[in-house]
Design a protein around this ligand. Sequence first.
Ligand code: HEM
Length: 241
Amino acid sequence: MLCVNLPVPMEYHGRMNRIWHLLRTTIGRKLIVALTGIVLILFVVVHISGNLTIYIGQSALNNYAHFLQSSPMLWIMRLAILAIVILHIALGVAVARENRLARQKTRHAGESWYLRLYQHRMIISGLVLLVFIAGHVIHLTLGVGVSEVFRLKDTSGYVDVYSRVVTAFQNAWIAWAYIAAMLFLAIHLKHTVRAVFQTLGFSRENYFAFFEFLSWLVTLAVVGGFISIPLSVQLDWLAVP
Ligand code: HEM
């Protein structure tokens, strides 16, 4: 077999070296967790903004879903989000482990269990979200559990995502499971928004109150929006027409 070694530009080696070096330092790993965290925050903000069109009506949500599903970028975006989630989890677990080891050196005897639980909140809420996202994609993207409405089309001939969502949340167990999962999203998001600012260097004392306010605002708006959908179906404010 003919084997040809193509010349690789020096600047490519330089860039790969820098990324590799970044991954090998604690601050580099924190930076990547923060940057991937920003992309995931943007993802949930865009996702809830799109989902809220459910309150405009059936065709608004279905048009929005059709716009996404017919995009030539759909699979590129899906694979990019998957890669970002994997990177965020892998480096997030490493950073949490390093923080724990650092804390062990300063740990006081008799530390309460709820303090320990609080210190592990990012790992716990992150793992719950991982299970949630896997279940959510199987449920609403693949249609497992809502097969009776999965193939429905609306009057424009678009996939009827509206009926899929409303039918799914008419099951009280599913609706309350989503609401419970959103509380873990709140824990994760609240910490992430603030941590992102700190890691990116905005940690001067006079900004603290502003970033605390901003992290509460983003968390309550996003999580409140997500929770409102299963809750509205359970309260019969949203129904299949
Ligand atoms: C009540 C809350 C939520 C509702 C009603 C909802 C609705 C939906 C629907 C209808 C789809 C399928 C779209 C389609 O196939 O056209 C979807 C996909 C998805 N959702 Fe959600 N979602 C909710 C919360 C969340 C949260 C909190 C996250 C992330 C933390 C999330 C992440 C995703 C992901 C990753 C997909 C797969 C995207 C794809 O199909 O490419 N969702 N969601």
